[in-house]
Design a protein around this ligand. Sequence first.
Ligand code: NDP
Length: 285
Amino acid sequence: MPANYKAELVGVIGQPVAENPTGVMQEAAFAARGLNWRYLTMEVPPSRLAEAVAGARALGFRGFNVTIPHKVAVMQHLDGISPEARMIGAVNTVRREGDCFIGENTDGKGFLRGVRVNAGVDPKGKRVFLLGAGGAARAIATELALAGAAEIVVLNRTEARGAAMVEDLCKNTGVKASLVVWRGTHVIPEGFDLVVNATSVGLYPDVAAMPDVDLRRLAPGTLVCDAVFNPPETRLLRTARSLGLPVLDGLSMLVYQGVIGFEIWTGQSAPEAVMYEALQKALRD
Ligand code: NDP
């Protein structure tokens, strides 16, 4: 067989991006599958986003992840957007089809896979209480709605942002959704099956922080989830656990969005356990 020294390229663009651990997980997956692929972590300021996408196209990138602050702005530089990413209004994964770049969003799909596989919960018919209305919240809410959730109540500090998200959610998915504006400690009422934190409260280095909610009225069995993955065990999850409630950490969402990305790019099944372990080790070190 003739030699082939040319690696296939993927990566992530964002700013700041140096601490993004996705590359560790994807490189471990490529090694485990014996693929000559590289995942590059690339710092790109907003003023150079258009050039970066054009450069990736010219360099033959097979795709790339997109993180803060480019998840919305990148859409105008792509050749197509998946229906789900369009509903969410943001792209976190780009795949190549011929010479075209297509935008996808795997954040909510990754969350959903974690709920199903790691927590053993089917969101169909469930009532969801969701904290936050940013990019992660939009992705999670959209996928939960598409998976048949019965109702989504959104709690957000900034009214305009929360209202815009709820309006889009109802219009795009037809789910029953409403907004509660967050003023001081919010006692989450009974009657919900899933509580999800999609705010950035509790994220490293502010690990002592917890979203200002009271979980004590939740019924036994209510699943409490956190999108924050660093640290994996947030104060919110510790509190839920101390009340005897089942929990799902943000690591599962991060791993599964990477698993889905790997499968989209390579067309092969992802070595999930290898990816999980690589990520856990990266966050521990
Ligand atoms: P955004 O900046 O888009 O949204 C942040 C949200 O947090 C907003 O709703 C904001 O409310 C709310 N918020 C921030 N500070 C507070 C506070 N002190 N009290 C109440 N609400 C607050 O961020 P993202 O949606 O992109 O990310 C949110 C979190 O999800 C981050 O921790 C991120 O790391 C995590 N994430 C995890 C992923 C995973 O794979 N596990 C993937 C993507 C994100 P307001 O509108 O009022 O400002």
